[in-house]
Design a protein around this ligand. Structure first.
Ligand code: 6LW
Length: 510
């Protein structure tokens, strides 16, 4: 392993290791390198892929599904539809990715020699039924695909054909709902079948069973669930949907999803389900976690912190960076950096973010408190900067030739919350979130979302400060989290730059 070139300042590891809406993590190791993939739902490109050398610091290296032929999200694909729960594996010198497109194409298999891409065209798996497909190869080279439920079928990964009938292998803990997210790992003498159960809400947990063969029979761990935060006041909740990986020193680790609710009762999480890391301890041959530490001692191997990401994207580089995501597709006629050099040009399709096909380019909100700014030139059109949960839940600051307005859409309600005359020409729009750190009222929301404009000297004028609960999963429902980004709602709107800055260190509140 490479020795880091600079002294390591990190003395502790802070969870989440991949903040923001990055659920259903699946991880694999290839030599000294680790790769991790997440769900992406209605967004294009899909399935963000991350790289790490130390399991702690992760850098997004691409999106596996970045061509329209790989990711078909037809009009009508609902928010939180689309791409669910990948499994990422390294086997036989190749990377393998299996996902479900719940909005049409079903289970799909992709391969790549470099996880940064390009990934293959999809291989359809018409006879693999059920979400959350897992891949595992046994000693004979048979590929086993295990899905939510929990069921299993042998698969020919070259043709996508199943071999024989699928059959149930384990239904999880009696009485627990939603046995899902299976991952099968051969460790020592056993095949360990890891599942999530209890549902992806506050009751979520991880249970494990083991057998001598990948087909079972599987014996449940007497200590199940091996990980859950249900019924606790832990700042990280909904913990589940885990995968296992071995660290550089041979120790075992779990990656999993969890959420960070803020505010009073019942608590609202706004960043979606994020990716956490937890050490595994072995007891009687069972992998146990117990609790996910918000902060943990640094592991005993060298850390490789990447340079801090730049605050500003200037749109100077041609192709958009991998963190930028759009709604269902991103046709070049509607989104390009090639029309005005150094600017992102968006051409409207749909009159507002209420439209599922709206032209939007955003990035996940990754920190409970953050600031985003853009320089927007509306021309003769209309567009701006939005905080989006889904079509029915978004706040935006929008500029038109005559006016700057704050819109709020919450369920069936849509209103212009504030407006003022536009200064004319390009204008800096700003959105700032401030997380609730101390609850003084049980009804207090998770954060405040401030929306406004800056003048030429950078002085901020707030047009509205809105309760963030309405852009939370507890209000909107679904599987995603907030995305902050630029959109066009009429004509052609151009953006010179976009700044995103964390205003805290993303630690859960004390
Ligand atoms: C995913 C399921 C789940 O398929 O949520 O938390 C679903 N777990 O396993 C969508 O992310």
């Amino acid at each position: 392993m490479r020795v880091p070139s600079k002294p390591e300042a990190d003395t502790a590891v802070t969870n989440p290791v991949i903040p923001g809406f990055h659920p259903d993590p699946s991880v694999c190791r290839a030599g000294d390198d680790y790769y991790l993939a997440c769900s992406s739902f209605e967004y294009f490109p899909g399935v963000p892929v991350f790289h790490s050398r130390d399991l702690v610091h992760w850098t997004q290296i691409g999106n596996a599904l970045d061509r329209p032929g790989q990711l078909r999200l037809p009009p009508g694909t609902p928010a939180s539809g689309g791409i669910y729960a990948p499994t990422l594996r390294h086997h036989d010198g190749r990377f393998w990715l299996i996902v479900t497109n719940v909005s049409g194409d079903g289970n799909l298999l992709f391969t790549a020699t470099d996880p940064a891409g390009p990934w293959s065209d999809p291989l359809p798996l018409p006879d693999v039924h059920g979400i959350d497909p897992d891949l595992a190869w046994d000693e004979d080279g048979t590929c086993w695909c295990t899905t939510a439920g929990v069921a299993q079928v042998a698969l020919d990964p070259a043709t996508g054909k199943t071999l024989g009938e699928g059959r149930p292998v384990w239904s999880g803990t009696p009485g627990a709902k939603a046995p899902e997210a299976p991952h099968l790992h051969h460790i020592g003498d056993y095949w360990y079948l890891l599942i999530a159960e209890g549902g992806t809400e506050r009751g979520h947990g991880v249970s494990v069973a083991r057998g001598r063969s990948p087909q079972g029979p599987f014996e449940p761990c007497p200590a199940n669930p091996v990980l859950t935060h249900r019924g606790t006041d832990h700042p990280v909740q909904n913990t589940g949907h885990a995968d296992l990986v071995q660290g550089p020193d041979g120790s075992w680790w779990m990656v999993l999803l969890g959420v960070r609710p803020h505010g009073g009762t019942p608590g609202w999480h706004v960043l979606g389900r994020e990716t956490f890391l937890a050490p595994v301890t072995w007891s009687d041959g069972w992998p146990l976690v117990g609790e996910v530490p918000p902060v943990m001692p640094r592991p005993p191997w060298p850390l490789h912190p990447p340079a801090a990401p730049p605050v500003r994207d200037d749109f100077d580089g041609g192709a958009l960076a991998p963190q930028w995501i759009s709604l269902r597709s991103r046709p070049v006629e509607h989104c390009t950096t090639g029309e005005r050099a150094g600017w992102l040009t968006l051409r409207a399709r749909g009159a507002s973010l209420d439209d599922p096909e709206a032209v939007f380019v955003g990035r996940r909100q990754q920190h409970p408190s953050c600031r985003a700014r853009v320089l927007a030139d509306p021309g003769e059109g209309r567009g701006g900067l939005a905080v989006r949960l889904d079509e029915e839940h978004h706040y935006e600051i929008e500029v038109a030739p005559d006016e700057v307005r704050v819109h709020a859409r919450v369920g069936p309600l849509r209103s212009v919350v504030a407006s003022r005359p536009a200064p004319g020409g390009p204008v800096v729009l700003r959105v700032e979130t401030a997380a609730t750190r101390r609850v003084t009222d049980p009804r207090q929301g998770p954060d405040t979302v401030s929306l406004g404009v800056e003048d030429a000297r950078g002085t901020y004028t707030e047009l509205a400060a809105l309760d963030g609960r309405y852009l939370s999963t507890e209000v909107a429902g679904g599987f995603t989290g907030r995305v902050i980004g630029m959109y066009a709602a009429a004509g052609t709107v151009r953006f010179d730059w976009f700044d995103y800055e964390a205003l805290d260190d993303a630690r859960p509140p004390a």
